[in-house]
Design a protein around this ligand. Structure first.
Ligand code: CAA
Length: 289
């Protein structure tokens, strides 16, 4: 395998492109517009520069990685990839539409992977022409830093697809954990109810934003507080994962907190929109409640 197609140049897609290019793969990066692709490329540039500054990679590795990423303005431009990783927004109909448009353009042996953080792999695979060569590869944010990739087989995923995805993840320097195809897999099945509970804790007035985040950072040794982490993941993504858990497992314990719904309705989606549980528009993040 030498050519990797990445669909979606947002925070996950640009991270996947970044680590693939650093590992020596040619990367074709696609998004809906040239503007979005360029924004993804600029983020990759910034993150690679950060790794040079901290001595994790050298300048030549940065230059080589940048040179390996090509913008793919149309889906046709990713058609000769050996594996395509779809990292579009966490919305099933958007993903299905991509597969419908993309599959006829791909070679028969190309593997199609999705970075979905919660949606059924089996159901997504059924929307493609290649369920046996379809697999979930769930990367964590920030992709260049986080060591894990969850591998999720759909009911039809064949052994060679699984092995190829596993070896690919390892070549990116990641460790893999195998999750069964149940709503939100392993990481988000555990992490998102904790974040949702933190939002209930805020909603019920048990603590302020600062108190909740400090409590979990210093009291449970988490690198980020749960509200800070929610803003980092994106509140729209958090809500859609909670909805998948709530609907998929039909258990009221996964009910999304009304305050999370309110923030998403306001368009306060966290860091990416400049405001969530914190306001990021000034020098320092300031709690919004
Ligand atoms: N690209 C490259 N390097 C990055 C980076 C990025 N995007 N973000 C951070 N780094 C590097 C920094 O340069 C720094 O490198 P050195 O150690 O070499 O100096 C290192 O990571 C640590 O960063 P900082 O010093 O800036 O800050 P920090 O110590 O607070 O770490 C963090 C930042 C790694 C994000 C840390 O806060 C953390 O681990 N947070 C939790 C992240 C997490 O839980 N992610 C999972 C989210 S869930 C998910 O992704 C699944 C889903 O589907 C929703």
């Amino acid at each position: 395998m030498s050519k990797i197609g990445v669909i979606g140049s947002g925070q996950m897609g640009n991270g996947i492109a970044h680590v693939s290019a650093l590992a020596g793969y040619e990367v074709l990066l696609h998004d809906l517009s040239e503007e979005r692709i360029n924004a993804g490329l600029a983020t990759i540039d910034g993150n690679l520069a950060r790794q040079v500054t901290s001595g994790r990679i050298n300048e030549q590795a940065r230059k080589d990685a940048v040179g390996r990423i090509k913008p793919a303005l149309t889906l046709d431009d990713v058609s000769d990839a050996d594996i395509v990783i779809e990292s579009a927004t966490e919305n099933e109909s958007v993903k299905r539409k991509i597969y419908t448009d993309l599959c006829p353009l791909l070679r028969a042996d190309t593997i199609l992977a999705t970075n979905t953080s919660s949606i059924s792999i089996t159901r997504l695979a059924a929307a493609t022409d290649r369920p046996e060569r379809f697999i979930g590869m769930h990367f964590m944010n920030p992709v260049p830093v986080m060591e894990l990739v969850e591998l999720v087989r759909g009911i039809a995923t064949d052994d060679s697809t699984f092995e190829t995805a596993k070896v690919f993840a390892q070549k990116l320097g990641k460790k893999t954990a195998v999750a069964e195809d149940f709503p939100a897999f392993i990481v988000n099945r555990i992490l998102l109810p904790m974040i949702n509970e933190a939002i209930y804790t805020l909603y019920e007035g048990v603590g302020t934003v600062d108190a909740i985040d400090m409590a979990m950072k210093l009291g449970a040794n988490h690198p980020m507080g749960p509200l800070q982490l929610a803003d980092f993941i994106g509140l729209d993504t958090c809500l859609s994962i909670m909805q998948v858990l709530y609907e998929g497992l039909a258990d009221s314990k996964y009910r999304p907190c009304p305050l999370l719904v309110k923030y998403v309705e306001a368009g306060w989606l966290g860091r990416k929109t400049g405001r969530g549980f914190y306001d990021y528009r000034g020098e320092e993040p300031v709690p919004t409640r």
